[in-house]
Design a binder for this molecule. Structure first.
Ligand code: MRU
Length: 342
């Protein structure tokens, strides 16, 4: 049984600090909205749906602490809280969808009433994501046949969603359906979400997993050892282009070259119809130290230049299907995405 990645109780937020896994299972109580924003920035909470949920609770926490009783002044201060969250990480659209939903419910006759609306909405966002990830995992599991070996990238399970999972959710659901499956997990440099988190989650679920370095994926595909690839998403543009963890695009090209189906699993909160194509998705650039160091240990000559884009864009033409809680959609994606996301 996986521990709860995010939990709201007694007006405070408890998170499982993902940056310390798998060595330590460390729960942290976040009592101030700034601490929540920092936890998102520092990737103690990470994964697109989990970022949105944590931000929603963080906004509720920030609202709770505003002393102003005058509605205008309260809303001004609330706006600053929301801006702090909007500045944490730019790529996962779930964050911005959650902030917009919180903005929409910041109405009422009195400040205490608005605070209650905000806390209720945060819980609602969390519950909806739990349900959406359960449902899409059930649907995604239908694409996984008995004896399949599935390659996955980054971490897309309970930790990343504070729910059931997306790509990893479909894998877990396939196992629950009684299918015999094997998973190949890429380590996912630079921050090793595959090695540290996916391998950990799969071990907890007793699902056989083999860890490989990112650069081994092509070899395993060319050897006929992979039946399908399933990944998550941080943002899906209106034409079906997908932003996901750096390295996803490489896997999609390799999958096409080797005639392997490439699936993306994501809740509809990850769809951004306001962007016509993937080239408009903002890509987060992180600290180059994440490249020159592994868990604080230097692995490159001091002062060497390093680049660290955290995500890449996979063009829709490489994607066999997109699995959402509202159904599995196939090319051409444009019309189908509008149907399920509006
Ligand atoms: O930088 P991260 O660890 O937040 O990136 C996470 C991913 O890229 C996941 O694949 C994505 O958020 C989907 S999680 C269900």
């Amino acid at each position: 049984m996986i521990l709860k990645a995010i939990e709201w109780f007694d007006g405070k937020l408890r998170i499982l600090d993902q940056s310390k896994l798998p060595q330590e299972q460390c729960f942290v109580d976040l009592l101030d909205y700034r601490e929540v924003a920092l936890a998102i920035k520092e990737m103690k909470v990470r994964g697109a749906p989990a970022i949105g949920i944590a931000a929603a609770y963080g906004i509720a926490l920030g609202a709770q602490d505003i002393k102003a009783t005058n509605k205008g002044e309260f809303l001004n201060q609330l706006n600053r809280v929301m801006q702090t969250f909007a500045a944490t990480r730019p790529t996962a659209v779930n964050l911005f969808q959650a902030i917009n939903r919180m903005k929409e419910v910041a109405i009422g006759d009195s400040v205490p009433e608005i605070k209650k609306h905000l806390a209720d909405e945060a819980k609602q966002i969390h519950e909806e994501e739990i349900e959406a990830t359960k449902r899409l995992s059930q649907l995604g599991a239908e694409l996984i046949k008995n004896n399949f070996t599935i390659l996955t990238h980054c971490n897309t399970g309970t930790l990343a969603t504070a729910g059931y999972g997306t790509a990893l959710g479909a894998i877990k659901a396939a196992k629950e359906q009684g299918k015999k499956i094997n998973v190949i997990a890429t380590e996912t440099r630079p921050l090793l979400q595959g090695a540290r988190l996916t391998a950990w989650e799969l071990k907890q679920e007793s699902i056989p997993v083999t860890l490989i370095t990112d650069s081994m994926a092509g070899y395993f595909m060319s050897q006929g050892k992979i039946d399908c690839v399933i990944v998550g998403a941080d943002r899906i543009a209106a034409n079906g282009d997908v932003a996901n963890k750096i390295g996803t695009y490489t896997l999609a090209v390799l999958a096409k070259e080797n005639n392997i189906p490439f699936y993306v699993a994501a809740p509809t909160s990850t769809i951004d119809l306001s962007l016509t194509s993937g080239d408009k998705i903002p890509i987060e650039e992180r600290d180059p130290r994440e490249i020159t160091h592994i868990q604080g240990v230097p692995i490159a000559p001091e002062g060497v230049k390093a680049a660290n884009p955290a995500f890449d864009i996979t063009p829709h033409s490489y994607i066999s299907s997109i699995i959402t809680e509202k159904g599995i959609i196939r090319k051409p994606y444009g019309k189908e995405l509008i149907k399920i996301a509006t």
